[in-house]
Write a protein that binds this ligand. Sequence first.
Ligand code: ATP
Ligand code: MG
Length: 496
Amino acid sequence: MNASPSRLVAPTAKPRVIPRAEHTISRSHVSPNALRVLYRLKDAGFHGFLVGGCVRDLLLGIEPKDFDVATDALPEQVKRLFRNCRLVGRRFRLAHVFFGQEIIEVATFRAASAPSQGEEPLADADPEDGEAPELDDPDLGAESAGEAPAGEELAAGTVEAAAGHPERMFDATGRILRDNVYGTIDEDVWRRDFTANSLYYNIADFSIWDYCGGVEDIGARRLRMIGDPETRFREDPVRMLRAARFEAKLGFEIDADTAEPIGRLRELLAGVPPARLFDEMLKIFLTGHGARSLEVLRQRGLLAQLLPNVEGYLSAHSGGLVERLLVKGLANTDERAIAGRPLTPTFLLALLLYGPIAQIIEALPPEKWHELSAIGEACERAVRQAQAHLAIPRRFSLGLGEMFSLQPRLEHPSGRRALRLLTHPRFRAAYDLLLLRAQFGLASGEMARWWTEVQEAPQEEQGRMADELAQAAGPRPARSKSGRRRRRGRRGPRAS
Ligand code: ATP
Ligand code: MG
């Protein structure tokens, strides 16, 4: 590599190379599109490796969520190789290669976190096993595009460029703001978060390269940070959420040294761009392990950072109906994710914010509990509280308001007009929420059943059912959103 004086020198550590015959990863389990990318890189004279979570998951026998590729080709060189390719990200530039719905992310090796020569990078790394093939470098001396970071300001005075390198920048807390210093695979490994995420699968001979004992840690189901945990969490506080996510998703135990700083550093999450936290929250809750993630986030004090109002509500109403509704809703969502059915962030927000919204509504006089304006305002307030740290896109907060405003209309349908709700764009989500509420006695089970039946009935039967219901309608005991009995056992206003 053409090391410039400002660039960190490559560490001496070499990988343990595990030949194809000694591991279980087969190409038949790799996305054909990822293989296409790897072979194209190889045929063009570059190195191509699968890296990160996909290698980890394949070793665990789990189907990977996505396939990431690492290469010595520069982003511009990758772009020239693929017509269906776009360069994305300014702070961390990489190439996306598109195949219909599937995107293969191709990242050029980074040098940024590599320790200096002679410095011990990881106390118990086991570099001596296996041969480390030398990589020849096409033209890594080239500079990456020097653009301003996207989405956040570089506050003057608080930003340092590492070793004077403008492509690697930190803020005053040690958070990486930009990382576009390219390097070799030997360097790239040190910028990865956990040992389990740092394995490389080489398309040239199907071997696995292991620099930090990742294979052993995966075998022991252990999540261990590469390098000094505190420094690495400071560089990117989202790694704390990632640790919790992998603990929940993989059933790994976070190594004590890795877990220790989380309690001290979790407040640094406040400095992470809110849009990134929102994306991370979706990965935490919408990828099949949401119920377990909630437990882990709470145990590690991270929910209080992500959604302080949700943590506040749950700790004040521990073991209550709303908590049970949330856990059951997340478990249902996990089932849907595992079955590959569509999921919406709107429904997730409704589950998470159910308690805070109910609390705001119940602070009002009971006769207002079913008023649409009161419900709409409560949703908006709960969303505003949640936006302390998360950027919640408007379409989801609007959808949330609609879901909650539909609840009283579903609970007290007004004759044939109510049938129009069946074609409301939020009907399905609102109905699912009604079912869940009914399951915990937070809405009438009878009405939930009625909506189930009416959806399945032929059209003329639907009209008859609505008429019957209107005739039979009489006062019924109403409940508050969180299960408190209303002080006056009367229905809300007609609109609800
Ligand atoms: P999954 O795809 O199951 O969410 P993953 O480990 O593949 O898990 P990705 O976000 O797809 O996670 O990232 C791919 C790889 O990139 C990781 O395995 C890790 O090596 C590296 N990586 C991603 N995010 C970070 C980060 N914040 N800090 C350090 N390395 C990271
Ligand atoms: Mg991944």
